[in-house]
Design a protein around this ligand. Sequence first.
Ligand SMILES: Nc1ncnc2c1ncn2[C@@H]1O[C@H](COP(=O)(O)OP(=O)(O)O)[C@@H](O)[C@H]1O
Ligand SMILES: [Mg+2]
Length: 207
Amino acid sequence: MIDEKRYAGRIIKLTVGEDELIRKHFVRKAAKENELFYHNELVKAGLTVPRLYKNAEKAIYYDYIPSIHYLDVLDIWERDEDSDFSIWQPLAEWLCKLYKECPGVVVGDPNLRNFILDTERKCYGIDFEEYRQGKIIDDIGLLLAYISTYKPAYTEGKKKVCNYLIDYFITHLNITRPELVMTITKQIAELEHRRAGKIMKGKRKYK
Ligand SMILES: Nc1ncnc2c1ncn2[C@@H]1O[C@H](COP(=O)(O)OP(=O)(O)O)[C@@H](O)[C@H]1O
Ligand SMILES: [Mg+2]
């Protein structure tokens, strides 16, 4: 092992010989098992995910993907005056493929840090700990609630991204605009409630 650096929280980036890896540490065994189970389901379904390198006792090792997560994509997209929506298509396509190829499976925690975009503009899903059986509309609604409320919230740019994604999802999935808009409103209220609770407890950082 030549090099090791903390990448984000319990994620460590390692270089082992020629290999660049991500080590994800787990305290809860059930969380690790859920992550492995859904990683395997997604691989079988042909979704783009980092390759599993090693399953250790308290950690999972994946190939490191040179990439940025979609929260940084959003930030860059909002600063760039000439930006078009093409950078959002890989994420939208990835999610539609998930819902079609893995019936009933949802991301569970569809915040933008759980999707990364590589240098060839390919989207990868990461972080399968909260994947589960659930309703597509709630998953999409929560994704759009996250996008709307990242700080600074409700900007013109974020509204445009949300409208693009709403159009995409109602065209490609079996959901209607009114039910999706209603779900986003409900999810925003729940997110704000959860975040207010965390601020009361002095935990200001949120996803
Ligand atoms: N295989 C990977 N390749 C590149 N970056 C990764 C990889 N896995 C995780 N990351 C980075 O680490 C961050 C956190 O990883 P994640 O699996 O979501 O763990 P958690 O949310 O529990 O901290 C991601 O947002 C991403 O930036
Ligand atoms: Mg995550």
